[in-house]
Design a protein around this ligand. Structure first.
Ligand SMILES: CC(C)(COP(=O)(O)OP(=O)(O)OC[C@H]1O[C@@H](n2cnc3c(N)ncnc32)[C@H](O)[C@@H]1OP(=O)(O)O)[C@@H](O)C(=O)NCCC(=O)NCCS
Length: 165
């Protein structure tokens, strides 16, 4: 499977449809602009049968950690930390759903963030889950923040333990 940075000259952004307008529109309109401004990075999984077709994408950035929303033990451990890695968006086109691509994208995103954390340390990975997708993330070890059900985190230590780079 081929994961590459979104290339607006190549990838057919307007074909992409994950069923959620906000995620479709971000991909069509914002993702490339935001990457150009160095605000976020968007990676796409190409369909090997037609590499302009996008199976799914995720967008990575950094985000502030709301320490007060972490469990007490982690608050204490990370009280000097300010930022976490952020999976800002992750979606699979409806034509490809249910084939393990969501899992594959999530693991790839975590692997990239784990690599980045070796250079610029951060203690947690945060996700913004849309439309009931928190259950998808919980399945892979994420925990909801105490004050925000749609926002979840996993420690980079747990990512390292499960992916092990
Ligand atoms: C959530 C999403 C990324 C899953 O992609 P997918 O390719 O269909 O998922 P996979 O085939 O890799 O499924 C992996 C596992 O997660 C489960 N799963 C899939 N979608 C789920 C959801 N919304 N809630 C809970 N579990 C889910 C699957 O049942 C599967 O579990 P199993 O192996 O025990 O059967 C996809 O449905 C999607 O893009 N949804 C719309 C956008 C969205 O909600 N994005 C996430 C947050 S921004």
């Amino acid at each position: 499977m081929k994961m590459v940075q979104l290339d607006k000259a190549k990838h057919d952004r307007h074909r992409f449809d994950c069923g959620i307008d906000a995620l479709n529109n971000y991909f069509k309109i914002m993702a490339s602009q935001q990457a150009k401004k160095d605000n976020t990075r968007t990676f796409v999984l190409e369909d090997i049968n037609c590499t302009e077709h996008v199976i799914g994408y995720y967008t990575l950035a950094m985000a502030p950690i709301d320490l007060a929303s972490l469990p007490a033990k982690l608050q204490k451990k990370h009280h000097n930390a300010s930022s976490g890695g952020l999976i800002a968006r992750l979606a699979v086109d409806q034509r490809y759903k249910g084939n393990g691509y969501g899992e594959w994208l999530l693991i790839d995103a975590l692997r990239k963030l784990l690599m980045a954390s070796k250079t610029v340390a951060f203690p947690v990975v945060i996700v913004d889950a849309k439309d009931g997708a928190e259950y998808f993330y919980e399945k892979y070890g994420f925990t909801a923040f105490q004050d925000a059900e749609n926002k979840l985190f996993i420690t980079i230590a747990d990512v390292r333990a499960s992916i092990g780079l």
